[in-house]
Design a protein around this ligand. Structure first.
Ligand SMILES: O=C(O)C(=O)C[C@]1(C(=O)O)C=C[C@@H](O)C=C1
Length: 274
């Protein structure tokens, strides 16, 4: 039986591409209309893993997903990066001059802002995800509408690419997390995602970060989210990387003394190849 992986969006979306990149082609992807739905399916045991976008190099962090990580507390067992390449696609035989409307995911539209500004006659509509817009163009046989989506979506929904690589910044990357509720023991981990709170006092966060620096632990990301109902209090989410496991263990022991609600959300193998 193949591994089931919940993705936000429909087949052909970047989430599906990320799932294939991490697990290989032999998996079964399960389409979900929201990130919350992906977590619900994992909670109900209907899937084995969730693939969840957490940050894009242009649009920044997907903040609501930090709340899902906090609420569901599924261990993070891996990560995968994708180079986001966006194409304008339409039904076969449709020419650029025939197109009056463009649909895509809001983040993808934002990533193509220069192209859309250069083509002000194109009326823009937001869709649930990139691939869903390609699917709609096909299902409704829209001859005046193009989708902005990945190549995989063009193939799946029988569309032709009219303009390639229309994203404004070609260095466009999204990081995805891999979540499961049945983590396996990994022997050679070198990265962790951690959350904690500190008091609202002089130097309280810097004391924590100093514990990592002193042990030569590299901080690759830090994100704060307000603690619900508590003014000026924050949950801090940090990603750290290390070469020597003992350095990491020492740093964690020290950090524990200066934090509350400390949680190791996951320890995994760094995988930042694109
Ligand atoms: O629309 C898709 O294809 C998605 O997988 C969603 C999503 C996102 O959530 O940011 C994923 C990567 C890209 O940055 C744009 C959109």
């Amino acid at each position: 039986m193949s591994i089931k992986v919940a993705i936000q969006g429909v087949k052909g979306s970047f989430h599906e591409e990320a799932a294939y990149k991490y697990f290989g082609d032999e998996i079964e992807t399960v389409e979900c209309e929201s990130f919350k739905k992906t977590c619900e399916l994992l909670k109900q045991g209907k899937v084995d893993y969730v693939v969840m976008a957490i940050e894009n190099s242009i649009a920044g962090s997907l903040l609501p997903n930090y709340n899902l990580l906090r609420d569901y507390r599924f261990p993070i067992v891996g990560e995968v990066y994708l180079h986001i390449k966006l194409h304008l696609m339409a039904l076969p035989g449709v020419a650029l001059a025939d197109i009056k409307h463009v649909q895509s995911h809001p983040i993808a539209l934002q990533q193509c802002s220069d192209y859309l500004e250069e083509n002000p006659h194109l009326k823009v509509t937001e869709a649930e995800d990139t691939a869903a817009s390609a699917q709609r163009v096909n299902e409704l046989q829209l001859r005046d509408t193009a989708a902005i989506a990945p190549q995989l979506a063009a193939k799946l929904y029988g569309l032709e690419i009219i303009e390639r690589r229309i994203e404004t910044n070609k260095k466009n990357y999204t990081r995805f997390l891999i979540l499961t509720d049945k983590p396996e023991e990994k022997t050679k981990v070198n990265k962790a995602s951690i959350s904690f709170q500190t008091g609202n006092g002089v130097g309280s966060l810097s004391t924590v970060l100093q514990c990592f620096a002193e042990q030569r632990i590299n901080l690759s990301k830090i994100q704060s989210m307000p603690v619900l109902g508590k003014r000026n209090e924050y949950d801090f989410y940090v990603d750290v990387e290390w070469e020597n496991q003992a350095d990491y263990d020492t740093a964690i022991r020290r950090v524990l003394k200066h934090t509350s609600n400390f949680n190791i959300m996951g320890e995994y193998v760094k995988n930042d190849k694109v």
